[in-house]
Design a protein around this ligand. Sequence first.
Ligand code: UD1
Length: 369
Amino acid sequence: MPSDNMKPATIHLIAAARPNFMKVAPLYHALAAEDWAEPLIVHTGQHYDANMSDAFFADLGMPKPHLHLGVGSGSHAEQTAKVMVAYEKILMESPPAWTVVVGDVNSTMACTLAAKKLNLNVAHLEAGLRSRDRTMPEEINRLVTDVIADLLWTPSPDADANLRAEGVPEAHIVRVGNIMIDSYELMRPRIETARTYETFGLTPGTYGVMTLHRPSNVDHADVLTMLVDRLIAAAARVPLVFAVHPRTRKSLEKFGLMDRFAAAPGIHLTEPLGYIQFMGLVRQAKMVITDSGGIQEETTYLGIPCLTLRTTTERPITIDQGTNELVPPADVGAAIGRVLAGDWPTGRKPDLWDGHTASRIVADLKGRV
Ligand code: UD1
């Protein structure tokens, strides 16, 4: 209990894009229950569509952001720069005791740079992940963030090893586990009663769920056309629900693929779904086909086969211990056939993916304010 003259420590939680919200939510709830901490959600505005942002705040029981930077979309430099300028103003007016950044989006790096240039404390949650593919914007964001952040909260031993190999002092690395699993456990009762499959006229265990949004898969006409052809063919064997990211929708329309894809038998296209609806759909799926980062982890936790349409992953533990495999996009049909034939790893849950990561973070942070 802080004494009367001690004000709670202000902690900024940076929330920017869809995959950030489920990482911030459990930490917000855990910090809000502490009398020594005053967590403030800072939304940079990187994702702004209702179904990419507000729906997640509602599903995850978060208040409206305390501070909103409203930066929106743009080129990488534009988006990064706009976040830095807007966040620096806030930091100069009222510097927090800590800024907590999560994941690997442009806003993660931008807020870290703004705070460290003002010599303020930054903690990175989900630190140490590396794909070793520097053509991915997220890999640049991870490297820059981790090299200057003061405190690196990691999800897995591979992340610790990556940081050590880059010369990060041992005292800065704290393994806390996987915060995404906290969100799942917090919302489990509602996820388990969500019958999202009914919306699509499907039955549990008989369908696949898809998400695609990486520039490498969706920004080039030849790659996206090939993927659409392969997926239409696969949908004759297993129905596929595809929650279409705004970036992917734009590409499907631009390359003239949308009408054919939407009309194909077995293909169910939908807008991006909220967290509870989406996790409800995933937990009952036969398989998941994705190029997301976080979904590789959620499927490992749930024991659902995950086909990751990428050549690298920053989450190798989902392959070594879990249900994930990297699948070259051209081979997606064969990989779907393997899952249907029962030829896929069953996997296990990695250590510290247990729903208690937020409380480990709170205990660690309390000793540092
Ligand atoms: C961003 C992250 C990526 C993360 C993904 C999850 C970076 C570099 N990328 O990619 O790591 O996996 O979020 O979704 O930070 N758009 C909308 N409405 C929105 C947001 C975006 O229409 O609410 C459109 C805009 O045209 C925008 C495009 O989607 O230009 C891409 O958005 P952006 O935030 O730049 O990257 P994502 O592809 O979403």
